[in-house]
Design a protein around this ligand. Structure first.
Ligand code: NAP
Length: 297
């Protein structure tokens, strides 16, 4: 894993003209540069963002610069009603979704709850993408093709004891930013196990990736101490954002991955996820719980 941190991603230069890429959190950081990369190769972009002004700016920039269609839907992932609305709209889209990238994510050093009474990192980084996948899974099956990619993290490895399904609110365990982030990313990998089974031999693939350590706005919602820590230790070793976009383009477009599903990549190098992210029993239990928490029953 450590050796892979320094590798460069494989590059795909294939054209993706008039194909549709749906990406969440395209208004900043990795999502923004990835949307630009796909647009550069001719893809139309439909982004799911929480901010209207930033979304307008994004679409103006992409359509002017790359002459592609750019549209957006607004959903704050801390509000499940908005996520349901967008998921429903996407499931009714009369156009094929070629690539769906779940990128939106947050890091919170303090335990915080949403208005749905769920821990914010779990809801934003995991449950919202679960709801979208749940609504979209039949559309993907009907399409007989399509790639779903989770922007996950090597940090999932910090959930060394796995996901505590009895304490997703961190009442019994001591909360930390790293632990909640690792738990949410582990949840995403567990959901990939079930989705991969669901899509078996349908032509649809689902994979997850670590986008490298790149300098973005991630964590800027936290206090001064964390921001100083990030600037001093994390950002100092950060690599260019371009590597994340290159990797996400390769994973979404390269024909080398036509039949690859259920895998975790560090950029474009396949790795085994941590054992708790491979726990099939936990994946079953989490799926059932997510239907409940996500209001999908
Ligand atoms: N940067 C890294 O080194 C790194 C490493 C491993 C994994 N990742 C993962 O990469 C992904 C992208 O993060 P980033 O580093 O590019 O951070 P970023 O610059 O903060 O971008 C995060 C994106 O998510 C959106 N977002 C945040 N909260 C949201 C909410 N409640 N509802 C809807 N959208 C929301 C943000 O929207 P606004 O523009 O409105 O804020 C932004 O577009 C995340 O999943 C993160 O966990 C990053």
């Amino acid at each position: 894993m450590l050796r892979n941190q320094k590798l460069d991603p494989k590059i795909c230069t294939d054209d993706f003209k008039n194909r549709l890429v749906v990406i969440s959190g395209a208004t900043s950081g990795i999502g923004l540069i990835t949307a630009k990369k796909y647009a550069f190769h001719g893809a139309d972009i439909l982004s799911i963002n929480r901010d209207v002004e930033k979304s307008k700016e994004l679409c103006e920039a992409l359509s002017n610069q790359y002459n592609v269609k750019c549209t957006y839907l607004i959903a704050d992932y801390t509000r499940l009603d908005e996520v349901h609305q967008v998921a429903k709209q996407l499931s009714e889209l009369d156009k094929k979704i070629d690539v769906l990238i779940h990128n939106a994510g947050v890091y919170y050093t303090n335990r915080t709850f949403t208005e749905n009474n769920l821990e914010i990192v779990f809801q934003t980084n995991y449950l919202s993408s679960f709801i979208l996948n749940y609504y979209l899974k039949d559309k993907f099956i009907a399409q007989k093709s399509g790639r779903i990619i989770f922007v996950n993290s090597e940090a999932h490895r910090f959930a060394v004891w796995g996901l505590n399904l009895d304490d997703l609110s961190w009442d019994k365990q001591q909360y930390s930013g790293l632990k909640s982030y690792a738990a949410a990313k582990t949840a995403q990998l567990l959901s990939m196990i079930k989705l991969n089974e669901y899509f078996f031999e349908t032509g649809v693939t689902v994979n997850a990736m670590h986008p490298g350590n790149v300098k973005t706005n991630s964590g800027q919602n936290n206090g001064a101490l964390y921001k100083l820590f990030k600037k001093t230790f994390v950002d100092r070793t950060a690599r260019p954002q371009e590597i994340s976009a290159q990797a996400l383009y390769y994973l979404g477009v390269s024909s080398e991955l036509d039949n690859t599903s259920g895998k975790f990549f560090n950029l474009t190098t396949e790795e085994d996820p941590a054992p708790p992210a491979l726990d099939k029993q936990a994946a079953e239990e989490l799926w059932a719980l997510s239907l409940d928490l996500g209001g999908l029953k």
